[in-house]
Design a protein around this ligand. Structure first.
Ligand SMILES: Nc1nc2c(c(=O)[nH]1)N[C@H]1C(S)=C(S)[C@@H](COP(=O)(O)O)O[C@H]1N2
Ligand SMILES: [Mo]
Length: 426
């Protein structure tokens, strides 16, 4: 700060500052950059970090992000009280593109994270099969593999908002949502090895963590696109995501993606485990519970602007951006409204647009000084499903539910650019 830069004279600095000042008057982007940080490190000066040698490569065998990014975190202390039932949220407002970095993947553990030595790992497939088999991790890795990009969403995402807007950020309203490239063996390849006995129609998939989470999966899904995955974003699946092996059920609710997968039993009917009788059911207005809501239906949310990323009173050009997804297939269209759903414009979908994967959308907007806006996005998937309004969803589902809330979300942009979570009840 006090040392004078050796390159870039004071007079040249003065000149360029003046030009930048003119830019600010003309409303050029970047003109405001001088307002923050240490001016000594900013053009036309050579920054301090360019005048000494940085650390080399040997100190860090496994890379980490910039120390200036450590505020971007999934762990939310006030929402993660204990080990037995813990949860963390992906900070969606900070995400670029469609891939969730593995260190920011949301977590949901019912019995904590087991520490599994891959040498001890076994996957047993038994029940109504011709040849019961036990696979080691090596066995799995010898088999033909696939790498596919899919989202996983806990169906409790937004579950606190059935009666009204509560959470003050997209991390809390939608952050039990992540998207990774998963690598592994298609489950149908394993079932081809064990063979299936006549009448086989359901699978029980069980985890080896202390919760022994177990879910009944229709055989048709297992033979379609289910993956027994050992890879996540180019490396081994993370411990929190099921190391060494998890089940990937593209488009199906997150709780069925069994982590630390130990056992697959083939049968001819669902098992009605406590996870599918007591837990993951949807209480309907008539008092009955809907069971086996497998697919996460079409959904979307705007991630910029949002409560964590307000407009801070700076009027002008804004690229509205967000994420859309559907457990039923590809996203084909996303419409965006800035007036609470009175008028809509169609957003651009960013390539790649993949089936059962997060899809990023973008649309330009001019935010006028002091303009109050109600931002909404409405996604449509290739099966023709359209994201419902919260009022339409409540009409069918009531307000007693927790799971599978996929209604259109509203962010209120206030006159000063602050962004607030609200609901429009019509
Ligand atoms: N074995 C096991 N599998 C599990 C769970 C668990 O607690 N144990 N949690 C489930 C739930 S409720 C969800 S939403 C997802 C979360 O996956 P993630 O932690 O990789 O995000 O894993 C599912 N699979
Ligand atoms: Mo979940």
């Amino acid at each position: 700060m006090t040392n004078t830069p050796t390159i870039g004279s004071t007079s040249r600095r003065g000149l360029l500052r003046a030009v930048a000042g003119a830019g600010a008057a003309a409303g050029l982007p970047g003109a405001a950059a001088h307002a923050s940080g240490n001016a000594e490190n900013q053009p036309p000066n050579l920054p301090e970090w360019s005048r000494t040698l940085g650390p080399g490569v040997i100190e860090e065998p496994y890379g980490s992000r910039s120390r200036h990014e450590t505020a971007v975190r999934r762990y939310v202390p006030w929402l993660t009280p204990d080990r037995i039932s813990s949860v963390s949220f992906t900070p969606l407002a900070e995400m670029h593109g469609i891939i969730t970095p593995s260190g920011l993947h949301f977590e949901r553990h019912h019995g904590g994270v087991p520490d599994i030595d891959p040498a001890d790992y076994r996957l047993m497939i038994h029940g109504m099969v011709e040849r019961p088999l036990i696979f080691t991790l090596e066995d799995l890795r010898r088999l033909p593999s696939v790498s596919r990009i899919h989202f996983i969403e806990c169906p409790a995402n937004g579950g606190m908002e059935w009666r009204g807007a509560q959470m003050s950020g997209v991390q809390y309203t939608h952050g039990m949502l992540s998207c990774s490239e998963w690598t592994g063996v298609l489950l149908r390849v394993l079932l081809a090895q064990t063979g299936l006995r006549p009448g086989a129609s359901w699978l029980l998939c069980e985890g080896s963590d202390a919760s022994h989470l177990a879910r009944s999966v229709p055989l048709a899904k297992a033979l379609d696109d289910a993956i027994v995955a050992y890879g996540q974003n180019g490396e081994a699946v993370r411990p929190q995501q099921g190391y060494p092996v998890r089940l990937v059920l593209p488009g199906y609710e997150g709780n069925m993606w069994v982590k630390w997968l130990r056992r697959i039993e083939v049968g001819d009917r669902p098992w009605f485990t406590r996870w599918e009788t007591r837990t993951y059911t949807d209480l309907m207005p008539n008092g009955l519970s809907r069971q086996f809501t497998f697919v996460n239906e079409v959904n979307s949310v705007i991630t910029y602007p949002c409560p964590e990323k307000p407009l801070r009173g700076k009027p002008g050009f804004v690229e509205i951006s967000g994420l859309a997804w559907s457990g039923a297939g590809r996203i084909v269209r996303v419409d965006v409204s800035v007036d609470g759903g009175d008028t809509w414009r169609t957003a651009e979908l960013q390539e790649p647009v993949l089936t059962k994967a997060l899809t990023r959308f973008r649309i330009p907007w001019e935010w006028r000084e002091g303009q109050v806006a109600y931002l909404q996005s409405r996604a449509i998937d290739e099966t023709g499903r359209v994201q419902p309004t919260i009022a339409a969803l409540r009409k069918v589902r009531g307000v007693e539910s927790i799971y599978h809330k996929n209604s259109i979300h509203t962010w209120l942009v206030e006159r000063d650019g602050t962004v607030v979570n609200v609901q429009i009840d019509a």
